[in-house]
Design a binder for this molecule. Structure first.
Ligand SMILES: *Cc1c(COP(=O)(O)O)cnc(C)c1O
Length: 363
């Protein structure tokens, strides 16, 4: 059986009529920037996040930059984040004007390690950016403690973790601000680029609202210098169709993850570590294997798509080589040799998941 790593057409087909109707409603209103759907989506995202305010922006990368600036981080400041993440995380930090500094990840969860983050803090450090990688909420308690002790701001990179929770609190409300991406493959994906900043403090949300459009306040007077990163009305309207389905989709992701994890018990392939209830929304299902390349080839030969997230740590990209810290980022350097992302999306069938398991265990 062929199992594609991801088949977005299934989600699109499921919603074709509703997405078409949303498109028509945007044509009817013909306010393509700042239309009704943008404020509607911001209200719905705020409710989904449990009360924080939401500010729609053009992408997740921009959301990181705007969130950092909105909490007072900028040129001359350093921001500590994980070396095992999407390049987008450090690109967003750099866009804010601050300098990213890499710390290592925990070997079990592969999210930002508090002890390593502590060792990366210097006199110019102003913020931490924990990444809820693969949909798993980072281990926030020690990171929030570290931030408190050192007077640092915390901006969550929640691009992969819409709906994940820590003790009943949604990601996006755990730090001072958070960045979400609606890149089409995320748990909640637009039909193009889109993102949002979420903040519990109305003053931070207000500043983010200005920063997405030339630093304007309501009367279009620029209070600070900023570029432009608006959320299209069309993308907002399409996201409003999908948002009500997100919890159900996340539930299905968890169900598939549990199916994989149960089937892989006792094999040489290590499933992702168990997460506290609600803390993982399985944007990606990432296993580890000493024989990762052979495993990947076996799955490929049986028609099963896999990917590696990510094939190299941030500092192994030439553009970010200066962020290397020899000896301090070992886990982030080792993990890319062992990790493999298996197909997992809400429309994946049980029979397909079983075919994946069979191929994994055939080794
Ligand atoms: C997708 C992603 C981003 C960036 O989002 P874009 O909308 O693609 O700019 C940032 N961080 C992480 C961890 C991501 O997965």
């Amino acid at each position: 059986m062929n199992v594609p790593f991801l088949d977005l057409r299934r989600e699109t087909d499921e919603l074709r009529r509703e997405l078409g109707a949303a498109f028509e409603s945007v044509l009817d209103e013909s306010r393509f920037i700042g239309g009704r759907a943008v404020s509607d989506l911001e209200r719905e995202l705020a409710a989904f996040s449990g009360g924080a305010e939401a500010v729609g922006v053009g992408s997740g990368t921009d959301a990181i930059a705007i969130a950092l600036r909105a909490v007072g981080v900028g040129p001359g400041d350093e921001v500590v984040t994980a070396a095992n993440t999407a390049v987008a995380t450090v690109a967003g930090i750099a866009l804010s004007g601050a300098a990213p500094v890499l710390a290592d990840v925990d070997p079990t969860t592969l999210t930002l390690d508090a002890a390593s983050a502590a060792a990366a803090i210097g006199p110019r450090t102003r913020a931490l950016v924990p990444v809820h990688l693969y949909g798993r909420c980072a281990d926030m308690e020690p990171l929030l403690g570290l931030a408190r002790e050192n007077g640092l701001r915390v901006v969550e990179d929640a691009a992969q973790a819409h709906g994940a929770e820590l003790q009943g609190r949604r990601v996006g409300t755990l730090g001072d601000a958070a960045a979400f991406s609606f890149y089409p493959t995320k748990n909640l994906g637009a039909l193009g680029d889109a993102g949002a900043v979420v903040a519990s403090d109305p003053a931070v949300a207000e500043r983010a609202r200005g920063l997405r459009e030339y630093g304007w306040r309501d009367d279009r007077v620029s209070l600070e210098r900023a570029g432009q990163s608006r959320l299209d009305t069309l993308q907002a309207a399409l996201l409003l169709v999908k948002l009500p389905l997100l919890e159900r989709w996340n539930e299905r992701r968890r169900e598939l993850a549990a199916r994989y994890t149960a089937a892989l018990a006792g094999s040489t392939v290590e499933p992702p570590a168990a997460a506290p209830a609600g803390a993982h929304v399985y944007h990606l299902y990432v296993v580890r294997s000493r024989e990762r390349d052979a495993l990947r080839e076996r799955l490929r030969s049986r028609g099963i798509g896999t990917l590696v997230h990510y094939p190299r740590p941030v500092h192994a990209h030439p553009a970010w080589a200066e962020l290397a810290r020899p000896g301090a980022l070992d886990v982030s350097e080792q993990a890319p040799r062992e990790i493999l992302s298996l197909p997992l999306y809400p429309q994946l069938g049980d029979d397909e998941a079983d075919a994946v398991v069979e191929a994994v265990l055939a080794g």
